[in-house]
Design a protein around this ligand. Structure first.
Ligand code: TNX
Length: 514
């Protein structure tokens, strides 16, 4: 009798120990994972997925882009779980499965992510949707890995259904005031894509530098590419570099928007070619930070030959729909000249099959209906003069500008549009910021990083993070799902994620960093 009791007791303890060992609790419930952007709908279940149960990635729809994503996820998985997955195309249990079901999804970027006890399914109507779903899964894995004290063994079960609020969720990088290497740009692209940003606008020319090789006008980079703010040596992208960046972004479902700022902000071009100046004399290279002093000569035919060649060569390398022609702060171009210049330039953009995009000052010209206008500053007459059919991209200096200081002691940045603390950058709505615009005119938002005071990747990161993470959420998550208290809680888990990637960020005091 006594030995029987001992047997049952020992057996019971054995079962207790083995069952608690075989189902380690995930660190987060699926409904409480601090995901950014917050998904549209999350249904947690009681199931738990043991990381070691996943053996493969199954690509059900045979598309090259899905196979590439499988390859990338395989490296990611190895990195964070130590497990080596195989990539298969059919008939596999214990897999992370990618499947395109175009009939079940209306939106390009919508996806579903299901986590069960022995499998993960990502479904979408397009490869892009699958990609957004993979980014959610990866964030769940990274956050679990970093916050489970190196005891990361399981993921919470349940289902996520998700789609974006805005179709355009962008960042802009000014590579003209200071140049950034291909490697820096790729690193930024990786970070942006992990928060589901889908456009990177490249400010490729300004008074202080010309950054893109134009084969028909080589002195642009031989001369105009060699300066930057503060007197550094500048730099430029060869066409091969540029194509490499475009491809890298494309593989991460980020569209590159090239910008050549015209007809002002053009000193680097005017210093490279004497014939572009009205007086036929080349200007000096400029390394200061004033704006609004340069202009192209709008009555010279050479000017339009130049604009045509530049837009043609860059458009040939840019698969995205937009070509940005600047148009801001052309203070020394009389309005009538500005409009005449822009009317011809808009024709050229059309000739090369691109949708024109420009800073809002473009509205004085005869803009085609499809022109995408970028709002950046308060202007009393903005909503009155804006054509009712035009699409607007919100890049308000007071809410979106990543070069604005966080507060009075931020060492980098400017503050002409005020300080931009983390809460202010998050707590607003692009559809209602400018009164009188129709909500459906607003295509999305974009966070520019002007680089007058930003010299390297650490500077860039310090100004962009964490504010751009908030912009990513404004762009993706429906307004009714967003509030500062909940967001700031979730954000507090992302500092360790950035630390882990060795990305600098501003450790705002209002966040209780975990
Ligand atoms: C305004 S906003 C500019 C840029 C400067 C920036 C500095 C706009 C379209 N133009 O040329 O770099 O302010 O914050």
């Amino acid at each position: 009798m006594a030995s029987q009791k001992i047997f049952f007791f020992t057996f019971g303890v054995f079962i207790l120990i083995t069952s608690s060992c075989s189902t380690p609790k995930p660190i987060f419930n699926l409904g409480e994972v601090p995901l950014i952007p917050l998904p549209t709908n999350v249904e947690p279940s009681d199931e738990i997925l043991l990381i070691d149960h996943i053996k493969s990635i199954q690509v059900k729809t045979l598309e090259p882009s899905l196979l590439r994503m499988a390859d990338d996820l395989k490296s990611f998985w190895k990195n964070y779980t130590k497990n080596e997955l195989t990539i298969v195309t059919d008939g596999e249990d214990h897999a992370i499965t990618f499947e395109i079901e175009s009939e079940n999804f209306d939106e390009v970027e919508a996806y579903e992510l299901q986590i069960e006890s022995d499998e993960v399914n990502i479904k979408a109507g397009t490869a892009e949707g699958i990609y957004r779903g993979i980014k959610t899964l990866e964030q769940l894995v990274v956050l679990s890995h970093l916050h489970a004290n190196s005891n990361f063994l399981s993921l919470p079960g349940g289902e996520i259904e998700d789609h974006p609020s805005f179709e355009y969720r962008g960042a802009m990088l000014d590579v003209a005031r200071h140049f950034f290497s291909v490697a820096d740009v790729k690193r930024y692209i990786d970070l942006l894509s992990s928060y589901k940003i889908n456009f990177l606008h490249f400010h490729l020319s300004d008074d202080q530098g010309w950054r893109i090789e134009i084969k028909s006008w080589p002195k642009l980079t031989e001369i105009g590419g060699q300066s930057e703010v503060g007197g550094g040596t500048g730099g430029f992208y060869t066409q091969e570099d540029f194509r490499e960046i475009v491809q890298y972004a494309n593989d991460r479902f980020i569209t590159i928007v090239p910008e050549i700022d015209l007809p002002g902000h053009t000193n680097a071009a005017l210093a490279s070619y004497a014939e572009l100046n009205c007086n036929g004399k080349a200007t000096e290279l400029y390394t200061g930070i004033e704006v609004g002093f340069s202009t192209f000569c709008v009555d010279k035919e050479e000017t339009y030959e130049f604009v045509d060649d530049v837009i043609r060569e860059i458009s040939e390398m840019s698969p995205g729909p937009y070509f940005h022609i600047g148009g801001d702060e052309s203070h020394v171009t009389p309005e009538e000249d500005f409009n005449r210049f822009m009317d011809r330039t808009l024709e050229i953009v059309k000739k090369y099959d691109k949708i024109p995009m420009g800073w809002y000052e473009l509205i004085t010209a005869d803009i085609p209906e499809e022109t995408l206008l970028q709002y950046w500053a308060k202007s009393a007459d903005f909503s009155k003069v804006i054509p009712k059919k035009s699409k607007i991209l919100m890049s308000s200096a007071s809410y979106n500008y990543l070069d604005m200081k966080y507060d009075s002691i931020t060492p980098l940045g400017l503050h002409w549009a005020g300080y931009l603390p983390v809460k202010k950058a998050y707590d607003w709505d692009p559809r209602s910021l400018v009164p009188d615009l129709d909500a459906d005119q607003i295509i999305g938002l974009e966070a520019p990083l002007w680089t007058e005071t930003i010299e390297d990747f650490d500077d860039l990161a310090l100004m962009a993070f964490p504010r751009i993470i908030g912009h990513a959420e404004i762009g993706w998550t429906l307004k009714k799902r967003r509030n500062w208290e909940d967001y700031s809680q979730r954000l507090s888990y992302h500092g360790s994620l950035l630390d882990h990637l060795e990305v600098k960020y501003y450790g705002a005091e209002e966040i209780d960093w975990k």
